[in-house]
Write a protein that binds this ligand. Structure first.
Ligand code: ATP
Ligand code: MG
Length: 205
């Protein structure tokens, strides 16, 4: 069993997340990709972050058409902040013997040293870094291997770090929220069912 995991706030989920997940699933022949929306504490909600329930619903809507994609309740069920290291520990326990691949964009990877127990992350899962335009890949954090599109990958016995420079979608949730405030068309960036959900529930207006 091979499971790729992508965590985030998904406020909202967009085609960049889906493209990254699809590309990792193809490259590594993953059996499943788990999307793990983070819980939003009430104080963040009052400062404008969307409720976990809406963000979760949008992830569920976006992932359902993809056979391998799953929407994980792991972090939202906690009803408090969960660190990635805790989520990966829990995944390791829930799927003993599975190969776990943790997907992260170059933007997040730049600051990975500030994550809780960041060294432990490299023991719990293979790290798969996907390119985000404008955020150079940091080469000094850990030894890594750069992959090429279509190149077959054998997972080594130990955990590794892989960089996939070919997944490049210049889309962010921040841009989508700002475009929505300006009343712009969002359909090129999101699956239609997510756009419909945003409109019906008057999110980001
Ligand atoms: P925001 O602008 O609110 O931070 P975001 O678009 O960065 O939203 P997140 O939910 O923060 O989305 O990201 C979740 C994960 O997906 C992170 O690892 C992030 O690096 C990655 N990611 C987000 N957008 C892209 C993209 N366009 N291409 C590749 N990876 C992405
Ligand atoms: Mg982000």
């Amino acid at each position: 069993m091979r499971i790729a995991i992508i965590g985030g706030t998904f406020d909202p989920i967009h085609n960049g997340h889906l493209a990254a997940a699809q590309s990792v699933a193809d490259t590594f022949q993953a059996d499943e990709v788990h999307f793990v929306p983070a819980f939003t504490p009430p104080h963040k909600r009052s400062r404008g972050m969307t409720s976990s329930f809406h963000r979760f619903a949008m992830v569920a809507l976006a992932t359902t058409p993809f056979g391998k994609f799953r929407t994980s309740t792991l972090e939202v069920d906690a009803l408090q902040k969960r660190y990635t290291v805790e989520t990966l520990e829990q995944m390791t326990q829930s799927y003993p013997g599975a190969d776990l691949l943790f997907i992260v964009g170059t933007d997040m990877y730049q600051e990975i040293e500030s994550w809780k127990d960041f060294r432990r992350l490299f023991d719990l899962a293979h790290l798969v870094i996907v390119n985000r335009p404008g955020y150079p890949f940091r080469e000094d954090v850990a030894p890594f291997r750069v992959l090429k599109p279509g190149e077959p990958v054998q997972l080594p016995a130990g955990k590794s770090v892989f960089y996939l420079p070919f997944v490049e979608q210049p889309i962010s949730s921040t841009d989508i929220r700002e475009a929505r405030k300006r009343g712009e068309e969002l359909t090129p960036w999101l699956p239609p069912q997510v756009w419909s959900y945003i409109e019906k529930n008057k999110l980001y207006a």
